[in-house]
Design a protein around this ligand. Sequence first.
Ligand code: 9UX
Length: 69
Amino acid sequence: MENQIIKVEGMTCGHCKSSVEGALNKLDGVDSATVSLEDNQVAVQYDASKVSNDALNDAIEDQGYDVVK
Ligand code: 9UX
């Protein structure tokens, strides 16, 4: 299991938090996703053999937020 912190721009309210966490948790291979609005980031625990970094970023961007790369 890998742990990764992804920096994300544009998450400001609780619904943003829910959208991003929900989109990530829906992916096969994601164990947990926790957004910190204060830190503009999401902590993701995932199985790298099942889900790629790009897939994580795409799921976040599909919700309308910008991943800081
Ligand atoms: Mo809240 Mo987030 O009204 O894009 S859902 S700011």
